[in-house]
Design a protein around this ligand. Structure first.
Ligand code: 5GP
Length: 114
C-alpha cells in the first residue's frame, strides 16, 4: 500500500496537529493515545513514512529500527511499566483493523506507581 501523507500521525509528526508527547527520539515520536484503552496507553511511531509494521521492518534503516525499539524500552522505563507488565500491539491492514495508516505500536500497561 502506498503511504498517504494526509493521515493524522503524519500531521502529528510535523506538529500540525497537537499531541501529548511522552518522548521524542531521532527517529520516533511517542505520545498518549487520544482514547486510552488501559491506564497507560502510548503510541510510538517512526518519523519516517511507513504504512505498517512489516513495511517499516523491510524498508527502514537499521538505525531507525534500533532507535525505534530502544524508544519502546525507554518508555517502559519512563512510565514504570516493568513491574506491572505491558502489551505491545501493532495493528496492520484489514485483518488487523488498522485505522491510521502510519506504522505505530500501542504500548498498553499499568504504572507500578498507580
Ligand atoms: P489502530 O490504527 O492501531 O487501530 O489505532 C489507532 C489509534 O490512534 C487509536 O487507538 C486511536 O485512539 C488513536 N488516535 C487516532 N487519532 C488520534 C489523534 O489525533 N491523536 C492521538 N493522540 N491518538 C489518535
Amino acid at each position: 500500500m502506498q503511504y498517504d501523507r494526509s493521515n493524522i500521525f503524519y500531521k502529528i509528526i510535523n506538529k500540525e496537529v497537537k499531541s501529548n508527547i511522552v518522548l521524542e527520539g531521532k527517529h520516533f515520536l511517542a505520545f498518549h493515545d487520544i482514547t486510552p484503552k488501559a491506564p497507560v496507553h502510548i503510541l510510538i511511531i517512526p518519523k519516517g513514512c511507513y504504512v505498517d509494521y512489516n513495511n517499516f521492518v523491510l524498508n527502514a534503516t537499521d538505525e531507525e529500527i534500533v532507535n525505534f525499539n530502544k524508544g519502546i524500552s525507554e518508555i517502559i522505563k519512563l512510565m514504570k511499566l516493568e513491574e506491572g507488565g505491558f502489551r505491545l500491539i501493532s495493528n496492520s491492514g484489514k485483518f488487523g483493523n488498522q485505522e491510521v495508516m502510519h506504522m505505530h505500536v500501542h504500548i498498553l500497561g499499568k504504572s507500578s506507581e498507580e
